[in-house]
Design a protein around this ligand. Structure first.
Ligand code: SAM
Length: 232
């Protein structure tokens, strides 16, 4: 009985995107003892306990980080729509923006359940690709980006290690073959989970920007600058 109640609570948290029970194991460093559901809701033992009931052996209790419902309410869970295949298996030495990856070919393998959403995409020259920078962990609010030796706020940069690890690249669309989207100018690691694709429309997306902040005089270095391991 107590275990059934616990499961319902854990399922509710999974739906909120707070935990993924199948991915968390006892001893996971991200979910230290004392920060789990017992911390959020009080002790797990005794919930719905019937004094006459013999408890079954307890499976390991998953641990998760948010210590408040307020924090849980601001968490968002996305499902990837596909996966990037690119020649880059490791961040060191790879381009830092599509402008430095001109002609580099890759594909986006869309999960079959989303195939219908590709209808008419082949009419565009460029796409915005939004993806999860899955090989980063943690973040700093002040960072030294690839193109500068000075510190900047993370939101004034394009560094991959950020509070929400979302990458954005404008890629050349070569062709769409079934669920395979062929692209060029790819600055993304092989195996990266894709969050969204949107068409690039110059009338919407190109503006005359007379200020580029600290990138002034430095942005053109992205043509040849290569990534190091500082944001792993
Ligand atoms: C500077 S970021 C820019 C990415 C994108 N164009 C943007 O502005 O959001 C590109 C760098 O992110 C890193 N990177 C690329 N794919 C990644 C991934 N899946 N996980 C972690 N880091 C990644 C590599 O170091 C690469 O050089």
């Amino acid at each position: 009985m107590a275990w059934e109640v616990l499961h319902i609570m854990l399922d509710a948290y999974s739906l909120l995107g707070v935990i993924h029970t199948s991915h968390i194991s006892e001893g996971d460093a991200r979910f230290p003892t004392g920060s789990g559901p017992d911390a959020a809701f009080g002790p797990l033992v005794g919930i719905g306990d019937d004094a006459t009931e013999v408890s079954p052996p307890r499976p390991p209790v998953p641990r998760f980080e948010p210590a408040s419902m307020e924090k849980a309410a601001t968490m968002i869970c996305y499902e990837s729509i596909g996966t990037v295949r690119s020649p880059f298996k490791e961040v060191i030495g790879m381009p830092i923006q599509p402008i430095g990856a001109k002609g580099v070919q890759g594909v986006i393998n869309i999960h079959p359940g989303f195939a219908e959403g590709l209808k008419d995409l082949d009419g565009f020259s460029y796409i915005f690709l939004l993806y999860h920078l899955h090989r980063t962990a943690g973040f700093s609010l002040i960072v030294k980006p690839f193109l500068d030796n000075d510190d900047h706020g993370v939101f004034a940069t394009r560094v991959p290690k950020r509070p929400n690890s979302i990458g954005l690249s404008v890629l050349k669309l070569v062709r769409v073959e079934g669920v395979v989207v062929h692209v060029e100018n790819i600055d993304i690691l092989d195996g990266t989970p894709v969050l969204d694709i949107k068409p690039y429309v110059p009338e919407f997306d190109v503006w005359d920007a007379d200020r580029v902040g600290w990138f002034e005089g430095k942005a053109s270095n992205a043509h040849h600058h290569r990534s190091d391991g500082r944001f792993r």
